[in-house]
Design a protein around this ligand. Structure first.
Ligand SMILES: Cc1ncc(COP(=O)(O)O)c(C=O)c1O
Length: 466
């Protein structure tokens, strides 16, 4: 039985609702929101956090589609899956090994559990300025120096579509008898190409369904893929990080998505691949702009071609200006950085949509001049003098941003999207990081800090210069 159908049938019954939600399934406000389907855990609708009937069946469908040991519904996004995964592998004060390009939710877990984080060396593709794939040899080096680490967490694919060699990384991690968590938030569709980390030895994989598949915002899945993971802990921690009132509308949208992908996923994905091939043929005429894997080669282990990453390095415009020019042509992109902009394609893009994008890009390209754009290197190594948690519990003081060099940061600073921290509490603000943040602002990127005072002021530790 599909959860949506059960909700729809129930919405037609005349039952006096003496329970939550407060709107009582009436749309008194007369808008198009689905109040009639919005219920709570009433008789016949199970309970997500101890699922036994319909929701258990729904999650079994997801488990079967993704071919995992057990897949869990998430209604607070991949964010709550990441918090759950880390808490299920680490205790308070433990050490965790992570990639540098982890999402902010990873650092939030590190803060909450007072973990000590160690970064795996990361590499940048110097022309594109994007994070390369994580090398198994770098994971091995890091593990050899940190044998007390409790787990390894990496992002694959990245926001830009870079896929790491999970098979080899998992082998290395398992030699140290610890689990590998893969933040595959951007890769819920990769199972269709047999490229998901699920198939290559990762122990926990987290997918945002809402990012790339037909499911409502906030919906995601946590997949347990091996016996290295304690299912009891996962269930217990999900109950900590998920809402205790999970939305039935969101859960029904997950079920609809899984049912659709089961029936039509392959067919729609094949259509997308064909349309992307057409796009590739036509876009080869670009003279100045270049697109990873389309009119340029892929310098990574693997790449998700549904991500159309358009580089402006060899032009007289920035990624932000390109995004603006596309907007003027009624095309809205997913994100931009200093030297690139990212168009996301999914199974619901039609040939017409992709051809429109192609034609507008060719038109813009024709109007550009060839020049060398400044690339602001993201790789800004800096030392953390204490854990995130310790930094946040120490006394802080606001200083003018220009006076913050060599001080120890007491807030998170990141660009959103992608939500990868540039500074975390406890980290030294070096001159390079300072200049990098200034350059991001100059490029009109959305730099966010916890206290929202950048670029005027930043909070630093009171008693700790470097
Ligand atoms: C790499 C990565 N992981 C996790 C998340 C969090 O996903 P969600 O928005 O589904 O909570 C994001 C969000 O952008 C992300 O980019």
């Amino acid at each position: 039985m599909r959860l949506y159908k059960l909700l729809k049938n129930y919405s037609k019954k005349h039952i006096t609702a003496m329970h939550m939600p407060g709107h009582k399934r009436h749309n008194f406000i007369k808008n198009s929101l689905p109040y009639n389907l919005d219920i709570t855990e009433i008789d016949g609708f199970d309970n997500l956090l101890s699922a036994k009937t319909i929701l258990k069946n729904c999650m079994t469908k997801a488990t079967n589609l993704y071919n995992t040991l057990q897949s869990f519904y998430l209604i607070n996004g991949s964010t709550c899956g990441i918090l759950t995964a880390i808490k299920s592998c680490c205790d308070i004060g433990d050490k965790i090994i992570i990639a540098k390009n982890c999402h902010k939710s990873v650092f939030n877990a590190i803060e909450l559990l007072n973990l000590q984080h160690v970064f795996i060396d990361s590499h940048f593709e110097k022309d594109t300025n994007i994070f390369c794939d994580i090398l198994p040899s770098d994971v091995k080096n890091c593990l050899e120096k940190n044998k007390d680490a409790k787990c390894v967490l990496i992002t694959s694919p990245t926001y830009e579509g870079v896929i790491s060699n999970i098979k080899e990384i998992a082998k290395v991690v398992h030699k140290f008898n610890i689990p590998l968590i893969v933040d595959e938030a951007h890769g819920a569709h990769l199972f269709l190409e047999n490229k998901s980390a699920i198939n290559f030895g990762a122990d926990i994989v987290i997918n945002s369904l809402h990012k790339t598949l037909p499911s409502l915002t906030q919906t995601a899945l946590l997949h347990v893929c091996s016996k290295r993971v304690d299912l009891y802990k996962i269930q217990k921690n999900l109950a900590t990080f998920e809402s205790s009132s999970p939305s039935y509308i969101l859960m029904a949208s997950i079920d609809e998505c899984i049912t659709f992908m089961q029936k039509y996923g392959k067919k729609y994905y094949d259509r997308l691949q064909k349309n992307l091939d057409l796009f590739k043929n036509k876009i080869s005429k670009l003279k100045h702009l270049y697109i990873l894997g389309y009119n340029s080669s892929i310098p990574f282990f693997d790449f998700d071609k549904t991500k159309i990453v358009i580089f402006t390095n060899n032009t007289n415009i920035s990624g932000e200006t390109l995004m603006q020019k596309l907007r003027e042509n009624k095309i809205e992109l997913e994100m931009c950085y200093t030297n690139y902009a990212l168009a996301m394609s999914t199974i619901f893009d039609t040939k017409k949509d992709l051809m429109h994008l192609c034609n507008v890009l060719l038109k813009i390209d024709n109007s550009l001049e060839h020049s060398k754009n400044e690339v602001y290197i993201k790789n800004i190594d800096s030392l953390s003098v204490t854990t995130i948690h310790n930094a946040l519990t120490q006394e802080g003081v606001f200083v003018k941003f220009k006076d913050s060099i060599n001080k120890v940061c007491k807030e998170f600073v990141y660009v959103y999207p992608p939500g990868i921290p540039i500074l975390v509490p406890g980290q030294v603000i070096t001159k390079k990081i300072y200049e990098y943040i200034i350059s991001l602002e100059k490029n009109n990127l959305n730099v966010i800090s916890d206290f929202n005072k950048l670029l005027k002021e930043i909070k630093v530790l009171k008693n700790l210069d470097k």
